[in-house]
Design a protein around this ligand. Structure first.
Ligand SMILES: [Zn+2]
Length: 510
């Protein structure tokens, strides 16, 4: 008779609970029983573990083996319990000592050959274990760097069951040298200076970056909407360590976390208009994987040709835009993923892209043009702060010598200064950017800008909605932050109105 217990983590989204794996050997006919609300992948663990233990040169107890996962009411899924199950069984059978098991969490899947294979969710799993007071973890050797992002956790990598046995006996395990990482081309490295002309649109992108505002780029094909959107992340400041860990944890769950270092650049996701609702917001048959909106968490979500997205896909964005997260329903439980992203939409004026263009030959029926524009619903449009019209380039601007343009480094420095002003003003209030400040606080907590009568006039004339007033106030603050004014004046209120209503001529006003 033997009894031992090991620990692993059950993940629901980014939240994790420590699971106790009890193994009891003895009595009854030789067989293995697994209880405690396992899903199919976990149930198969029984057979995987037996084969892996035999391949590694150990023997599976020739007795009744009962494996119990606690708490029994918590749904448990996935294949990462293998390592904990084998540790508990070998300890219960007294093949290896159990002294490290009560303060260690184990995560990892086993191959039939006894090797330990990587699993999704190592980072959020180890973060959860740390939060629950654990300070030691055993993970697949390939994912040691991922688990080591968690401060205060002693992490040991194991490549096989033989390594696991060494760790349990208190012997060292040899770690291979970390692979040298090649530089990866990211959207953050794209430079604003590469975009010819479009000075107004660049200003709109700068304001969006400075205040964290959602942005809509309107214009015919080929004017640079996609190029500009892809350069927005490069203007945003680095993430804080906490934010970077959130981003890495989502990537870990999606199985796309590859960098050895913690990536502090804001992420960028640009799903195609043929993307399904699950690939955009998250979901999936067996495991609820995070979607593009969560992979864009703390960064930019760009929907190119936004009017081509099916209505139900766009509508799925409404709740995350309001709440900064998404709740996905599962059969056994619900999982919540973070989804606080900056939305950038781009759209052509009509299906052929030529409507309203000087000299354009639009072939679309007026009805179709209207339907095309209506495909992005009011509630989504209402959340967009900045509307920017892009015009086709004039020949003079296409000339290589036509006007030097500012690089992302220059614009990014102004954005960083504007962000610092916001942090100083909003410190203690719980917000980081102007876009996050709720309407009532704009009018009661912060000083009121000059020139508010411009907004009243716009509402009276019907060119601005009531919700639009708050958007204009936030934009006016961002414009003031960009030029270092303490409080917005009439000039910034006028700029904000033009940005909100997508009016040309911004530069003349500025
Ligand atoms: Zn057309």
């Amino acid at each position: 008779m033997g009894l031992a217990s090991a620990r692993s983590v059950a993940l629901a989204g980014l939240d994790g609970h420590v699971v106790e794996i009890e193994a009891f050997t003895g009595g009854g006919l030789p067989r293995t029983v697994l209880v405690g609300l396992p899903d199919t992948a976990l149930y198969e663990s029984r057979d995987r573990c037996r084969a892996a233990v035999a391949s590694a040169g150990f023997s599976w107890p020739d007795k009744l083996v009962t494996i119990n996962l606690l708490p029994a009411t918590l749904p448990k899924g996935g294949s990462h319990y293998d390592l904990g199950i084998v540790a508990a069984v070998l300890a219960a059978d007294q093949a290896v000592p159990d002294r490290i098991l009560d303060h260690t969490v184990l995560m990892g899947e086993l191959g039939l050959d006894g090797r330990v294979r990587p699993v999704r969710g190592i980072l959020p799993g180890i973060m959860a274990a740390r939060m629950h007071g654990f300070d030691r973890a055993v993970v697949p050797m390939d994912q040691v760097h991922e688990a080591r992002h968690v401060a205060g956790m002693r992490v040991t990598g194991v490549a096989s069951i033989i390594d696991l046995a060494r760790v349990m006996r208190g012997q060292p395990v040899l770690e291979p040298d970390p692979p040298t990482q090649e530089a990866v081309e990211t959207p953050g490295l794209l430079d604003l200076g590469d975009v010819v002309g479009q000075a107004e649109a660049k200003w709109a992108i700068e304001v969006a970056a400075a205040g964290g505002h959602h942005l809509f780029l309107h214009g015919p094909p080929g004017v640079g909407k996609t190029m500009l959107a892809a350069r927005l992340p490069g203007l945003l400041p680095d993430l804080t360590t906490t934010q970077a860990l959130e981003v890495a944890a989502v990537r870990s769950l999606a199985g796309t976390l590859s960098s050895l270092e913690l990536d502090v650049r804001p992420p960028y996701a640009d799903p195609h208009h043929s993307a399904s609702v699950p690939s955009l917001v998250g979901g999936g048959a067996r495991v609820a994987k995070p979607g593009a909106i969560s992979l864009a968490h703390r960064g930019v979500l760009f929907l190119d040709e936004a009017a081509e997205f099916p209505a139900r896909v766009l509508e799925a964005l409404r709740t995350p835009l309001e709440q900064g997260s998404i709740l996905l329903g599962r059969t056994q439980q619900q999982v919540r993923y973070p989804a606080r992203f900056q939305l950038v939409l781009a759209a052509n004026p009509c299906p052929c892209g030529q409507a309203g263009q000087p000299g354009g030959q639009c072939q679309c029926a007026p009805m179709r043009v209207r339907q095309y524009r209506d495909r992005i619903s009011g509630p989504i449009l209402d959340r967009i702060d900045i509307h920017q019209q892009l015009q086709p380039l004039r020949r003079s601007l296409v000339h290589p010598l036509a006007g030097a343009t500012e690089s992302s480094a220059v614009v990014g420095a102004r954005v960083a200064e504007a962000r610092a002003r916001q942090r100083a003003r909003l410190s203690g209030l719980g917000w980081m950017t102007n876009a996050e400040v709720p309407g009532p606080a704009l009018r009661s907590v912060l000083p009121l800008p000059q020139g508010l009568e411009l907004l009243d006039e716009a509402v009276t004339r019907g060119s601005l909605s009531a919700r639009g007033i708050d958007k204009c106030l936030r934009l006016a603050w961002t414009c003031a932050d960009l030029i270092g004014k303490d409080v917005p004046t009439r000039t910034e209120v006028r700029l904000a109105l033009a940005l909100r209503r997508g009016e040309p001529g911004l530069r003349e006003v500025a």
